[in-house]
Design a protein. Structure first.
Length: 129
């Protein structure tokens, strides 16, 4: 391998880097990334005003089959909720305002990346459950 050539970052990491930059431009303060809480992980924990946002980042090269955010299914939402509860339990303020956001990133082979933020994308409890 040529010694000056950088190995490209994996797709997911590139997407998370773009998502973090997008969140910062939108006024969020990044608190942590790729946080393991118990057996679960949260991609980005950020703060917007007085609210902590637990952010799931979904990255794809194309949205032809389904938009990336559509892959945050019921099981994934539950794992994020469990991780968020661990984080909240460790804080000094158990009445902390929080929400769950999703950032969808489409990184096509050619053209500009598309980054979309979905604030308050899902709730702590599913309706009817």
């Amino acid at each position: 391998m040529w010694p000056f050539r950088k190995t490209p970052l994996p797709l997911g990491q590139r997407g998370e880097d773009l998502a973090a930059k997008h969140l910062q431009r939108a006024g969020y303060r990044i608190l942590d990334r790729n946080v393991r809480l118990g057996r679960n992980e949260i991609d980005i924990i950020a703060q917007e005003g007085d609210t902590v946002a637990f952010v799931e980042v979904k990255t794809r090269q194309t949205d032809s089959f389904a938009e990336p955010e559509a892959n945050v299914n019921f099981g994934k939402r539950n794992r994020i909720r469990r991780a968020a509860r661990v984080f909240i339990a460790r804080q000094k303020d158990p009445d902390l305002y929080y929400r769950f956001d999703i950032v969808s990133v489409v990184l096509p082979d050619q053209g500009k990346p598309q980054v979309t933020l979905y604030r308050d994308a899902f709730r702590d409890k599913e309706p009817g459950r």
